[in-house]
Design a protein around this ligand. Structure first.
Ligand code: FPP
Length: 246
């Protein structure tokens, strides 16, 4: 059956949509607990919520979506949960690649990918290669990602260039620094959505989020759907973005 493109709700202004939306998908464990299910069922359901959001962003003409799938701190979770998540990422990538091609999605992964299981790295590489010429939404998945680590990684690369004499210290400006981040190919997020009511950035896109509008909802991630996203966009369009000016 062909996928039907969902139109932008008429109360939203197409010209004032965020170009880039970032999401912290929190509350999978609590969602499962409330239903008397094991935590992993929350993550499984979370994948469906993410797929729904990706399709919605694509349909409504949002250029980029970045999702925080696994932080550098998440290794501290019980072994079984970490193993489950790694296997889940891999399975989803294999299962959804065709769909992403059909919907013209360009996927990339950011973070310290070298520490992920070998078979997951291979699927990541494959999905990035196969979708790299797609011209629809840029979908970025932050996996084994930490914002401070990303900034250090950029600082080291720049320091090396200075040391080798390719760059002068006074040539280091914001634009140059941004080009050394994992997200060099996407604009900074305009809107950050975090579910389950937590008021934290949790080491996510620290540099890039300097002027992002924050939208926190009490909804748990697996319950975050098109209606919730519509509400987030309505709230965003009511904000007055001044970027430090009056
Ligand atoms: C936070 O909820 C969620 C995670 C750490 C995992 C998020 C991952 C997915 C939804 C899968 C995405 C899949 C792909 C392929 C990108 P939590 O476990 O911290 O919830 P809690 O705070 O209620 O315990």
């Amino acid at each position: 059956m062909p996928t039907i493109l969902q139109e932008l709700p008429s109360d939203l202004d197409q010209d004032r949509l965020p170009r880039h939306v970032a999401v912290i998908m929190d509350g999978n464990g609590r969602w499962a607990k409330r239903k008397g299910l094991p935590r992993i069922m929350g993550h499984r359901q979370g994948v469906d919520a993410l797929k729904g959001l990706l399709r919605c962003c694509n349909d409504w003409g949002i250029q980029a979506l970045t999702a925080y799938a696994f932080s550098t701190e998440n290794w501290g979770r019980p072994h079984e949960e970490v193993d489950f998540l790694m296997t889940l990422f891999e399975r989803v990538l294999v299962r959804e690649l065709q769909e992403m091609m059909k919907e013209n999605v360009r996927i990339q992964f950011v973070g310290n990918l070298a520490d992920l299981p070998r078979s997951l790295q291979e699927q990541i590489e494959r999905s990035m290669q196969e979708t790299k010429n797609n011209r629809g939404i840029q979908f970025t998945v932050a996996t084994n990602y930490g914002g401070r680590q990303e900034i250090l990684h950029a600082a080291r690369a720049i320091a090396t260039q200075v040391q080798q004499g390719h760059l002068q210290p006074d040539e280091i400006d914001e634009a140059l620094f941004s080009r050394h981040l994992y997200t060099a190919n996407v604009c900074d997020p305009d809107l950050l959505i975090r579910t389950s009511g937590e008021m934290r950035l949790s080491n996510f896109l620290l540099w890039q989020m300097a002027y992002a509008e924050l939208y926190i909802t009490d909804a748990l991630w697996p319950d975050f759907d098109r209606v919730q996203f519509h509400q987030a966009l309505s709230a965003y369009q009511q904000r007055d973005r001044r970027f430090g000016k009056v």
